[in-house]
Design a protein around this ligand. Structure first.
Ligand code: MN9
Length: 289
């Protein structure tokens, strides 16, 4: 079974001045990160502002990513949609592009039963050959899966892993213990080192768009048993993340990229541009990179 390991930036969606998806900027962002040694990319997640994009834009972005990555890194795409029907359409598109896995947030806004979420994942996974990774993100989706729910999903052969964007490491540890062969990604960058200590081997995160190198170094120190060095780097990263959380993570990640010479524009409305004060706060911690 395919098992993913390493650091996966949850790609931002670059926009130009007109507010359209910026192909040139996306290409640069991808190659810049590949040069740093990332294992792959997570496309169209929350960080990619997916739910502010049309289905056509989501498809066009994925096409660009697949072309640029050119099989030199893994590509996982969130096809999560409000309906199974749209999910299947995006999944088939992704399957035809030969991505390494599809992923999905549970459909949100309406409250479905656990059986309906379960069917949602299987209905999509059974329409394609590419495997499915559940995207567990209670803070954004409003849906908290129990250990039993997650076990039910992961017991399915077509579901090969989960992106766990939750601070509940106890839950993640139980899941890793029960499904050692599956790909379990930690989705909160600020607890990356903690997740490594309970057996996680892969991470998907928004801050990896500009901090991938630091996290790759954390992983190397951890593997070499150099825990003090790993903790020092995680603490530095967390001082930056603390500011990002305060000013708005996605806006902040784009601002950081601009400061580093990889401009990706600002976030799509209703997001508003960062204030001068917020930018100054971010600038104040960027030397911890
Ligand atoms: O992709 C991101 N999670 C969300 C993962 O966007 C919900 C994380 O990278 C967080 O932005 C980050 C800050 O809490 O850990």
């Amino acid at each position: 079974m395919r098992s993913f390991k390493g650091i996966f930036p949850a790609l931002v969606t670059p926009f130009n001045k007109e507010g359209d998806f910026d192909r040139t900027a996306l290409k640069k962002l991808i190659t810049w990160n590949m040069d740093k040694g990332v294992s792959g990319f997570y496309v169209g997640g929350s960080t990619g502002e997916s739910y502010l994009l049309s289905l056509e834009e989501r498809k066009a972005i994925l096409e660009m990513v697949v072309e640029t990555v050119n099989n030199e890194a893994d590509v996982i795409v969130n096809i999560g949609s409000f309906s199974t029907r749209d999910g299947i359409a995006l999944a088939k598109h992704a399957d035809a592009l030969k991505v390494d896995a599809i992923s999905s947030v549970p459909p949100f806004y309406f409250k479905f039963t656990i059986d309906e979420y379960y069917r949602y994942y299987l209905d999509i996974a059974n329409e394609v050959s590419v495997p499915m990774i559940v995207y567990n993100v209670p803070a954004m989706s409003g849906i908290s899966f129990s250990d039993q729910d997650i076990e039910k999903f992961l017991s399915e052969e077509r579901i090969i892993g989960m992106k766990h964007t939750s601070y509940d490491l106890f839950q993640l540890q139980q899941i890793i213990g029960k499904f050692p062969e599956k790909s379990l990604f930690i989705g909160h960058d600020e607890i990356y080192l903690s997740a490594l200590s309970i057996g996680a081997e892969a991470a998907i995160g928004s801050t990896f768009n500009f901090m991938a190198e630091k996290f790759i170094r954390i992983q190397k120190h951890f593997q070499a048993g150099e825990l003090d060095s790993a903790l020092k780097l995680q603490s530095e990263a967390n001082q930056i993340i603390q500011v990002l959380v305060k000013i708005g993570v996605f806006k902040g990640v784009k601002a950081a990229l601009e400061m580093l010479g990889v401009p990706c524009g600002t976030c799509r409305k209703p997001f508003q541009p960062l204030s001068k004060e917020a930018l100054a706060d971010l600038e104040g911690v960027m030397d911890l990179l």
